[in-house]
Design a protein around this ligand. Structure first.
Ligand SMILES: [Zn+2]
Length: 220
């Protein structure tokens, strides 16, 4: 299937008739093959080992995401995509060091994930507003519905922030949502990460669903 051009400004979607043709092609494929899409959240250089806001062992999500991508007709990658003086950065009073600044190497998707993605959703592009969820300030939900997707599998970085936020938002948007432990890594060490994941499970129904699904399909 032809790869969809990177969508830097989802608000302009769909402006191009040929792109709409592509949407309809994906819709037919989605109906024929499955109605599940894979979302790879923020697998970017700054969130990978060596990056400015790295998730330990974050690179280990790539191979599982590649394996999952073979099973679904649509793969979406989200990316944190911040202007240089974004409100979430410490210099502006935010909680984070500078990361994923537009035009810098740190903002680049992992090449393997970039190769998988048919659609790239940029978030956090407003200098004054942060966005953990791939649905926040984007038209991702609308795009997914337009191609007939009802179910989402979500992986990427990091479990305790943007993956969690994206999963919760996905369920709020009405998508059946699942994730798989090995396709995501937390910002903290593995033991703490699993505790955090359990805490998250107690707080959010989407995360409960994630855990249930993980138990059902342990080999994914
Ligand atoms: Zn960010």
């Amino acid at each position: 299937m032809r790869r969809l051009p990177v969508v830097d400004t989802p608000r302009r979607w769909p402006v191009n008739p040929s792109r709409w043709d592509y949407v309809m092609t994906v819709r037919q494929s989605a109906v024929a093959m499955s109605i599940t899409a894979l979302i790879a959240v923020d697998v970017q250089a700054d969130f990978l080992p060596g990056g400015s806001l790295a998730a330990p062992s974050g690179d280990l999500v790539v191979a599982p995401l590649q394996a999952l991508a073979q099973r679904f007709p649509l793969v979406v990658a989200t990316r944190d995509f911040h202007p240089a003086h974004h409100a979430s950065f410490e210099a502006q009073g935010g909680p984070w060091p500078p990361h994923c600044v537009i035009g810098t190497p740190g903002a680049r998707l992992h090449p393997a994930v970039d190769a998988l993605a048919w659609l790239v959703i940029s978030k956090g592009t407003d200098p004054a507003v942060d966005a953990y969820s791939g649905f926040d300030g984007t038209r991702l939900a609308e795009m997914l519905r337009a191609v007939g997707v009802h179910r989402l599998v979500i992986g990427g970085l990091a479990t305790d922030y943007c993956v969690r936020a994206t999963a919760l938002a996905a369920q709020k948007e009405g998508f059946e949502t699942a994730s798989l432990t090995r396709s995501t890594r937390s910002t903290s060490a593995p033991v703490t990460a699993s505790r955090r994941w359990r805490r998250c499970a107690l707080r959010g129904s989407a995360c409960r669903l994630l855990l249930r699904r993980q138990r059902r399909t342990p080999d994914d």
